[in-house]
Each structure stands twice: as C-alpha cells, then as structure tokens.
Design a protein around this ligand. Structure first.
Ligand code: SF4
Ligand code: SF4
Length: 386
C-alpha cells in the first residue's frame, strides 16, 4: 500500500494546538512512561513520527489519539520539550475536523472569527426567531408559557435534535470508514459490532479509563478531574432528557413546593453544570495542571457557553419566583440564544464531540482486537511434512 506524504502536515497541525513535534528526536521516553500505551498502540511517539514524515492518511486511520487522557506524564519527561501530551490533544482536534464532512469543525478550530461569528449569528437568529413567534407578554404576573408556549419550544427542540443526530451520525460514519475500513486488511465480522457494543455503552456512560489517570488529586474512586467530568455529564444528560422529553412538566408557570422532584432534578443539574463549567474555567485560568497548561480557544468556548446557559437558567427561575414578568421573558430569550450555539455548534463540531469519539475509539479498538483473536484461532495449523 502506498503512503501519501503531506509535507505541510506539521504546519497544519500547529493551527490545532501548541505541540513542538519538530523538536522530537524519537527517543521513546514518552511512550515508555505513558500509562495507557501498549505494543499495539505505542503512542505518543508513533503519532509524532507520522506527523514528522507527513503520513496524513495513516494519522486519519489511527485511533491512538483517543486513547490518551492527557495526564501529561509524557510532556513532563520529554527531554526535548516537544510537549507530546499537547500534540495528542492537537491530534484529537485535527481528527474531529477530518471526520467532519461539512468543514465547519476545521473552520472553528483554526479561525476565532469563524467560531465567534457563528456563535453570535446563531444566537441572534434564535433571539429574533423567538421574538417573532412569541405569544403576548403578560405583564401583571409571570406567564412564561403564554410568552413562549412549551409546545412550540418542544417542536424547535426536536428540530434541533434532528440536526444534531444527522451531523453526529454522518461524522461518526466517516470516523468508522477511516479507522475500520481504510488501511486495515483484516476482515471484521459483523457480529463483533453487536457483541462488543457493551464497551461503547460502558465507556460512554462512565469514561472509566480516565479514572485510572494520575492527573488530578487522587481519591478512592478515581481522580478529581474524572469525577468532575462525570458529574458534569450527568447534569448535562439530565437537563437534555428533561428538555427533550418532559418540557411541559419542566417549563411550567405553576410554582411547585420545595420537595417536588421537578425542582430537585433542576437544582441538581444546574449545580453540577455550574460546578463543572466553573472548575474547567478556573483550572484553565490558573494553569495548575498538565490538562490545563495549554488552552486553545475551543477549550474556553464550551465551558463559557455552558456557564452562560446555567446562569441564565438560574435567573429565569429567580425572576419567576420574584414575580418579574419582563425580566423573566428577556432572560429566557438570552438563555435560548446561548443554548442553541452550545448544542448545535459545540456538540457535533467542537470539543463536546470528544465525548462520543473517545468511547467509539475504544469500541473500535475492542472490535479490532477480537477480530484479530478470532483470525489467529481460526488460522489453519501448518502440517509437518515428516
Ligand atoms: S516526544 Fe520527547 S520523549 Fe517522546 S520520543 Fe519525542 S523527544 Fe522522546
Ligand atoms: S498525556 Fe498521558 S495519556 Fe496522553 S500520551 Fe502522554 S502520558 Fe499518555
């Protein structure tokens, strides 16, 4: 098989992060120290070598960058200051752009004007759209469901969900093509996609490999970065379920008593979202850990949007309880103007896509390993001529 060499690859990757891959002299220290590496996936050294020789197709077909959890051990021990941990992070961003057929992920990762412009435009579009289709604004008391009827918001939510599913599915199919079809010679039996599906569910729900990482303060259950991330995802998923399936129950004008589950589910989701987004921003601001030492614009945008959505959500709740109608309606519009770009732009094209690409890579890794095992078991034993 011929390998196409791209001499601009190293420069191209510089747009995706702060790695110094040109300084690497391939000593292999990083791979020796990495707690996640294996004989089959000897990253990060193999990835840096592929970048240096411009093997773009080989990089597109590799799942190694998704197996790295940015513990940073390799960067600490690299004698050349090549920042291999950051190179792996850049590769994850670059791969996200390669999987995305629309080209938007590449635009967002490589141009702040594109990323901020798209967020502002979509936010304005949503705000103007809500103002145009909103019902009458009752001003003597709060009637959010007259101003923004839950039935109409629900339809808009499902249109948005349809768009998300379309972009995510088509990008995931491209990821599958690169990793599982291009460049691998072994035949993958279809049944393995079903028998190994539990790996996808388990790793999507828990990201449990991250718990083994030493980065972050160690606790009995795992490192603090992983626990924070897990809490954040639980709040995010809970809020998504409430909005997608129970909006009429969640967005009410009736004020429920304090013990009501509607209030406590909302409070739990809001608290963990504020805590998760706030600690991600604080960590990046302080640069106190390897994970937060380098920050790309995309690392800030998602937690900033998430924090804005959570804070405007708290304000809607507060203004409703204080009986301030106009303040409630205006902040509701601002809330939707932050929520739409956070979901439509960040989930399929931005950092949040890592949430499904990483478990998918682990799933593909498991399928490949099983296929290899089956091939060895089924291979005919050579018969001796004696
Ligand atoms: S990145 Fe650093 S530690 Fe890794 S192979 Fe290159 S020089 Fe060695
Ligand atoms: S950052 Fe950690 S997990 Fe990633 S390659 Fe380096 S040592 Fe391995």
């Amino acid at each position: 098989m011929s390998i196409r060499v791209d001499t601009d690859l190293l420069l191209e990757l510089k747009d995706y992060g702060d790695g110094e891959m040109e300084s690497c002299f391939n000593c292999g220290n990083c791979t020796a120290i990495c707690p996640y590496t294996s004989a089959e996936y000897p990253f990060p050294r193999n990835m840096i070598r592929l970048i240096q020789v411009g093997a773009k197709d080989k990089l597109k077909q590799s799942l190694d960058p998704w197996l790295c959890y940015y513990c940073g051990d390799c960067s600490e021990t690299c004698p050349r200051g090549a920042e291999p941990g950051e190179v792996m992070m850049s590769l994850r961003r670059w791969l996200t752009a390669q999987y995305d057929w629309t080209g938007l992920a590449r635009k967002f990762y490589t141009s702040k004007a594109w990323e901020f412009g798209a967020i502002v435009l979509l936010g304005l579009f949503v705000a103007i759209g809500v103002l145009l289709i909103s019902g009458p604004a009752v001003t003597d008391h709060v009637e959010l469901n007259t101003f923004a009827p839950a039935e109409i918001v629900h339809i808009a939510d499902w249109i948005m969900a349809g768009m998300l599913v379309f972009f995510i599915t088509t990008n995931v199919l491209r990821m599958h093509k690169f990793i599982m079809r291009d460049g691998i010679e072994q035949k993958i039996p279809l049944k393995l996609y079903f028998t190994e599906a539990w790996q996808l569910i388990l790793h999507f729900a828990t990201q449990k490999r991250w718990a083994q990482c030493d980065e972050g303060k160690k606790t009995k259950v795992g490192n603090t970065h992983w626990i924070t991330h897990l809490l954040l995802v639980s709040g995010y998923v809970l809020m998504l379920v409430l909005i997608m399936f129970f909006l009429k129950w969640f967005q009410t004008d009736e004020i429920y008593p304090i013990w009501h589950p509607q209030r406590w589910l909302g409070y739990y989701a809001t608290i963990v979202l504020v805590f998760g987004a706030g600690s991600a921003l604080w960590g990046r601001f302080k640069k106190s850990s390897q994970l937060h030492r380098f920050s790309h614009a995309s690392d800030w945008i998602f937690p900033v949007l998430l924090l804005a959505v959570s804070i405007t959500g708290i304000l809607i709740h507060t203004f409703r309880y204080l009986g301030l109608p106009l303040a409630t309606y205006y902040i509701y519009i601002i809330h939707l103007a932050f929520a739409a770009p956070m979901l439509i732009l960040e989930v399929p094209f931005g950092k949040w896509s890592h949430l499904y690409y990483r478990p998918l890579a682990i799933y593909f890794q498991a399928i490949k390993a099983k296929a290899q095992q089956e091939q060895i078991t089924l291979a005919p034993v050579p018969v001796s001529s004696n």
